[in-house]
Design a protein around this ligand. Structure first.
Ligand code: GLP
Length: 241
């Protein structure tokens, strides 16, 4: 695992955007796995700036979603599908044709999970998976004690994650209890994992991810098992290393 300490979130965004741009220059139709939350936004902004400046052509890129709330209608502004379309797909000049994600509004959620897991494999696999990290060490929505071999499935959010994500909703009660997430085993199949963590609130989770044992209680520690994992942290998130 490679750990890169940058000064701040903007520098982290720039560094990862350049890595994605490099990938797209080598492979026009790369499949980019994207995460939601506040942390990756500087990456998407920096990548969009590069595309608009003509530094990289993203027109062949494909975008895959990491996780999704269950039960929000697809058009809900805080469904992760809406967030990824708004923050990544549209700014990069792509259309929904370039996008794939799990169906959180499906009647048969289990079947939707299996279908998405299969679709990822059939698409040739994720070339670069961008990850954030929850304050409890989760990746995607794989909460602590998720199996390290897990596949895409339905999960129940912890109280802490619902509280952490309440800021995106009008009231805390609106945060769904259930989600679909790529499993840890699914995530580990991506060719390159890039985890970005910024701010002091992530420092403990980062320390356990990087320096602790590989353990299901810290799902992000599974990155230690991956042959090509990069952890980009700002100085605040690195403060407990
Ligand atoms: C959610 C997402 C994760 C994300 C996490 C942290 O739980 N499912 O993919 O990493 O939030 O979000 P933030 O970056 O806003 O702290």
């Amino acid at each position: 695992m490679e750990v890169v300490i940058v000064q701040d979130a903007k520098a982290g965004g720039e560094l990862i955007a350049e890595s994605i741009a490099g990938l797209l220059r080598r492979k026009r139709d790369a499949l980019l796995g994207v995460a939601t939350g506040s942390t990756p936004l500087p990456v998407y902004q920096a990548l969009t700036a590069k595309v608009r400046a003509g530094e990289v052509d993203a027109s062949g890129a494909r975008i895959a979603q990491l996780d999704e709330y269950v039960g929000l209608p697809a058009g809900h502004p805080e469904s992760y599908r809406s967030v990824v379309l708004r923050e990544v797909v549209e700014p990069l000049g792509l259309t929904e044709d370039a996008f794939m994600g799990p169906d959180g509004a499906a009647e048969d959620v289990q079947a939707a999970c299996e279908a998405y897991d299969r679709a990822l494999a059939e698409s040739g696999g994720v070339d670069l998976q961008l990850l954030g990290i929850g304050t409890d060490g989760h990746i995607g929505f794989n909460e602590p004690c998720s199996s390290l071999a897990s596949r895409t499935r339905i999960k129940t959010l912890t109280r802490q994650t619902r509280e952490d994500n309440a800021r995106f909703f009008d009231s805390p009660d609106e945060v769904p209890h259930h989600v679909i997430t790529q499993g840890i085993g699914t995530i580990l199949e991506a060719r390159h994992l890039v985890l970005l963590a910024t701010g002091e609130g992530k420092a403990e989770a980062v320390a356990q991810t990087v320096e602790g044992p590989v353990a299901a209680v810290v799902p992000a520690s599974a990155l230690q098992l991956h042959p090509h994992a990069t952890v980009v942290v700002d100085e605040a998130a690195a403060s407990k290393l």
